[in-house]
Design a protein around this ligand. Sequence first.
Ligand SMILES: *[C@@H]1O[C@H](CO)[C@@H](O)[C@H](O)[C@H]1NC(C)=O
Ligand SMILES: *[C@@H]1O[C@H](CO)[C@@H](O)[C@H](O)[C@H]1NC(C)=O
Ligand SMILES: *[C@@H]1O[C@H](CO)[C@@H](O)[C@H](O)[C@H]1NC(C)=O
Ligand SMILES: *[C@@H]1O[C@H](CO)[C@@H](O)[C@H](O)[C@H]1NC(C)=O
Ligand SMILES: *[C@@H]1O[C@H](CO)[C@@H](O)[C@H](O)[C@H]1NC(C)=O
Ligand SMILES: *[C@@H]1O[C@H](CO)[C@@H](O)[C@H](O)[C@H]1NC(C)=O
Length: 838
Amino acid sequence: MSGKIILLFVLHFILFVIGVPLMGFSTTTDTISSNSFLKDPEAIVSSGNVFKLGFFTPENTTNRYLGIFYTFSVKTVVWVANRDKPLKDSSNTVTISKNGNLVLINGRNQTVWSTNAKTSHANTILQIQDNGNLVLRDNIMGSIIWESFSHPTDTFLLTMKFFDNLTTGEKTLTSSWKNRFDPAVGSFMVGLEALNIPQVFIWKNHHPYWRSGPWNNQIFIGVKDEYKGYLSYFSVVNNHAGIIYLTGRYKGKFLLKSSLNSSGSLVLTMWDNEIKDWHILWSSHKNECDVYGTCGLFGVCNAQDSPICSCLRGFEPVNKGEWKRGNWINGCQRRKQLECDKSNNTGRSKGSGDGFLKLKFMKVPDFAEQFPSGQEDECRSICLRNCSCIAYAYDPNIGCMFWSKRLIDMQQFGSVGYDLYVRLSASELDNNKVKELFIIIAAVAVIFCISILIFIVWSRIVKRKGGKKKNEKIFKAGQIFSLDSTAIAIKDESQQVNIEELPLFTFEMLANATYQFHDNNLLGKGGFGPVYKGKLTNGKEIAIKRLSIASGQGMEEFMNEVILISKLQHRNLVRLHQCCVEKEEKMLIYEYMPNKSLDIYLFDPTHPSRNILSWTKRFGIIEGIGRGLLYLHRDSRLRIIHRDLKPSNILLDEDLNPKISDFGMARIFGGNQDYANTARVMGTYGYMAPEYAMEGRFSEKSDVYSFGVLMLEIVKGQKNSRYYNHEWSLSLLGCAWKLWSEDNVLAFVDENIADSNLEEEIVRCIQIALLCVQEFPKDRPIIQTVLSMLNREILDLPTPKQPIFAEKWNGLRGGSSQPISQVGFSINEVTLSELNGR
Ligand SMILES: *[C@@H]1O[C@H](CO)[C@@H](O)[C@H](O)[C@H]1NC(C)=O
Ligand SMILES: *[C@@H]1O[C@H](CO)[C@@H](O)[C@H](O)[C@H]1NC(C)=O
Ligand SMILES: *[C@@H]1O[C@H](CO)[C@@H](O)[C@H](O)[C@H]1NC(C)=O
Ligand SMILES: *[C@@H]1O[C@H](CO)[C@@H](O)[C@H](O)[C@H]1NC(C)=O
Ligand SMILES: *[C@@H]1O[C@H](CO)[C@@H](O)[C@H](O)[C@H]1NC(C)=O
Ligand SMILES: *[C@@H]1O[C@H](CO)[C@@H](O)[C@H](O)[C@H]1NC(C)=O
């Protein structure tokens, strides 16, 4: 689940788009209405020629089924109507019955299957859509009566929503086929379990068979592959009205699907148009450890070990003989009673005799209870005070996770995962302390010797270089350095910056300034961690970005940001005051921006500011961002490509002056370098230029592209990735382009800023934005030119070319004549650097 796969995904999508017309179906419809019917073996095809509703026969049988499958891969069935009632011959008909339901009738005029929905009349219409949904609509009211997405078979398509109704316990579930040749309901089911902390479960005969681990608002923390990249394919949405659902993260639809196969594995696949087959990206079961509770209670599974199961320290097998034989299901039990239990204190207790064993890189057990808290230490003390608490773990987004009674389905991942603290009687811990002490002494001795060696080498180097200040620690960008240093100095080829000159903050000072990182002080959630508002003892306000350990921002991005931003000084760039590295904590301290970020102003419909952001203010913001960008590209001593320009990275000061922030991904370019390639494409879809998203090629012009998208969003007051025009099936870019080419671009402008005196300027702005988002970098103006255009130093604007990603897939429906290769759809929902918008 890495960025590379997404790259592949995008590439393949393009290939796919080009490839489809070769298999064309021409004279088909995508609907069945009350006066038409479908006779076996006819089919209806979605408007973009992606999905078909028709009849099929599985291999090795003669049974007929009504189902939905891909037009380009007819053996890939994603939904089956009559899965438990096979048809015996091919004299079957699908039609709309007198009461408006969809019915499947066999040769003997018997109704084999029906949608069985409540309808008030017969005037309904059935449509197969390009996302694979089969929708039965009331033809008069337009409301949806029934849809196949609410009654899935074994396949999850990425625009589906899997609900878990906590009130009724009703869930959207898919169930596996019985076997490869029989779509009847099999033994496995998959669905969302939203109670407590949301998790995805696979059940086998209603018993848990696989578990994703808790959702931490970014990833499922019990899935090892989710740690690989900055993204996962699914996300859980909680709309805070009690509705919680699982959905695909990409709305770039048709190419990815995940299905529960008949042996109980959830398998995510992507269509590979070159080999004309599905390519497996991920599957839930890679080894035995992925089976729920393989090692029983208090047992830990590690696929790298042999045997794979072991008891937690301080625990022993319930049945030693069986355990040795590899039957681990009975699990383990505690060797020594907890002090807490001995004192027979069921409620609060000091529990002074107990301690915690730290297990690293764990898939945390099932049945976690959530307790929101800002700090790991707090979890520890709460757990210690309560005798029922037998383990805890901490995640910055979830808070504390506590376990009581039992620990089941634990896995040791090896290099990723969470720290799990298990309560043990102090005597068990002491046992090992002697051993530990021994190891520590040995380690200290070794480290001591190495340090002396290093010191000798280092002092020689220093002597040779001469004249360098003592005690100054120098690190190169990207280099790993000791995490316990509170102050660092950074060096790269061009210049040295000494952060020691700045006032120092300790972790404690920052914790106090933010009331222990209390939620009330949370300003927003950045791509790599939460941002807090802090107030120092002298009253000065600061913003603190706390890089969470589980976040993607590694040392490299951290150093990058520190190096870059400490060198840059411009009124349209946010100022870094200080960074703080202490133990595992990495923090960046910025100047505080009372008005938060631009996205809140633009996109939050409930924010009162939507009305106060007049066109003049918006234009000022556009200009300010442009100037900041110009400074990055041209005017500073370095040439810097920001790579992640978007509204949530634009902060506003009291006077609404924009300041560009978040330099975690920015890159310095050498003197004559015009572009660079990266295998690690990071950024936010919707703002990423096509050549960067697809080929990893970035340059000044890819920042210009992002700036163009930003301008359109500022004019429209809507987010590119959220925007979808249902009437025309267009993205924001597509919409701007369509209206511009129809000479009706004023219809694009946010109603809140419509002002006839400024029309000309707004239209000009849209035209400049469209110039910035052109497909080929060479066509896009450099930022200097963009500013000159905005300032009217250049009066005559060139005519923009159509942007790629301008139209959605079904832009074809209207019979428009542009070549199909022009018709991408926006893959906007994908965010690579940032999993949740601020
Ligand atoms: C169909 O059944 C035959 C005989 O039972 C078997 O040899 C063949 O492999 C099966 N086909 C598939 C695709 O499994
Ligand atoms: C099928 O049954 C319906 C009622 O169930 C009836 O109205 C219709 O005439 C029958 N059609 C044929 C071909 O028998
Ligand atoms: C859960 O189901 C009940 C009963 O069907 C319904 O009233 C309620 O609105 C549902 N809640 C959600 C969050 O969907
Ligand atoms: C289900 O998927 C898993 C993982 O890809 C695979 O090992 C297994 O063979 C599949 N089972 C079937 C019946 O296809
Ligand atoms: C602990 O309490 C239970 C009842 O709550 C009692 O039966 C038992 O004897 C007590 N044990 C000790 C050691 O006090
Ligand atoms: C102790 O923990 C249990 C389980 O987490 C919880 O139900 C109980 O309310 C807690 N008791 C106290 C006094 O916090």
